[in-house]
Ligand binder design. Structure first.
Ligand SMILES: [Ca+2]
Ligand SMILES: [Ca+2]
Ligand SMILES: [Ca+2]
Length: 328
């Protein structure tokens, strides 16, 4: 095997492993629908094969998409979200360059059994439980604001090219705001109402048609790709002892968390991540450490079981003093 092959293998392995404890998952939408601008709030498209954002060319008014993903069933609780990328398939488009933005929805909404079919841009009579221009859930529960309750702040945006050029996959790249949205939906699933898709509504001819989770072709359905990291247990220095715990469990005076994934079990004290002579874990080896160690040892503190024998005995004092004189 040549050196170049060895280096190449090394690179391939490090890329596939990625950052420590990092995982990526791609999940399907849990719900998607369209708010069709309609003063009576009688239009829906809960189970249609498409949903829409932008203004129709025929002057029928605005369309706003709604989409929600069940984050908490796909990502372990306690995870830290680092990336969130939305991918939709645009299956029909108007001839205007446009930007479609995502906005966090502030109230729950429903998906009834209305089906506007194909092309679907005019909507269908709303059914019970549908989100409409006026309703979160037709026919009884209204939005606080007509056209949907959503945060005006942009979570992410995607530019769509002219007409046919925009047909195909459209990606909303990850942003700090979209990551924060997904993190909040993981941490508080009851407040996960998803995103609203807003077109720029330029000149009344900017409607974009995207494929829904009900589309008969699986490959065109919406997908949210989430990258996250999980906390890993690591060395926790407690006095002159070390234990592997989660960072959140490494608390209290004379305690220091060394880092995720760092082991305690180095056989030689001098390569241990915890400087055992630094009994008060203040980052310095000083005379104070001798006194605090001896006080703790006479009090039979388990934090002085420096040789991890399970007992506090004379050997711990010698081990401590050896480390102290060695500087660590
Ligand atoms: Ca749907
Ligand atoms: Ca110290
Ligand atoms: Ca001991």
């Amino acid at each position: 095997m040549s050196m170049r092959t060895v280096i190449g293998l090394g690179l391939a392995i490090s890329l596939s492993l990625g950052a420590y404890g990092q995982s990526t998952v791609s999940i399907p939408a849990a719900a998607d629908t369209t708010l069709f601008q309609d003063t009576a709030g009688e239009l829906g498209n809960g189970v249609g094969a498409h949903f829409f954002a932008g203004d129709t060319v025929r002057g029928l008014g605005a369309r706003r998409g709604l989409i929600r993903f069940d984050i908490a069933s796909a990502v372990p609780s306690g995870a830290t979200i680092t990336q969130a990328v939305l991918r939709l398939n645009c299956s029909r488009n108007n001839s205007t360059v446009d930007v479609v933005t995502l906005h966090r929805v502030l109230s729950s909404w429903g998906e009834g059994i209305s089906d506007a079919g194909t092309p679907g841009g005019a909507g269908a009579p709303a059914e019970i439980g549908d989100a409409t221009w006026l309703h979160r859930s037709y026919p009884t529960v209204l939005w606080g604001t007509i056209g949907g309750d959503f945060d005006p702040a942009v979570s992410a945006s995607a530019s769509l090219a002219d007409g046919l050029a925009a047909v195909g996959p459209v990606v909303w790249a990850s942003t700090p705001t979209s990551v924060a949205n997904v993190q909040s939906w993981l941490d508080s699933p009851a407040l996960n109402f998803g995103w609203l898709l807003l077109g720029s509504n330029i000149s009344g001819a900017t409607a974009h048609r995207f494929d829904t989770r009900e589309n008969p072709t699986p490959t065109v359905r919406p997908a949210l790709t989430i990258t996250y990291t999980l906390p890993a247990p690591g060395a926790c220095c407690r006095g002159s002892t070390c234990a592997v715990v989660l960072a959140g469990a490494c608390t209290g005076p004379g305690t220091r968390f060394v880092g995720d994934g760092i082991a305690c079990d180095a056989p030689a004290i001098f390569t241990d991540p915890c400087c055992k002579a630094d009994h008060d874990q203040d980052g310095m080896v000083a005379l104070a450490d001798v006194f605090t160690f001896l006080n703790a040892w006479f009090a039979s503190s388990t934090l002085t079981d420096i040789d991890s024998s399970g007992n506090v005995e004379l050997a711990d004092i010698f081990t401590f003093l050896n480390a102290w004189f060695a500087g660590c």
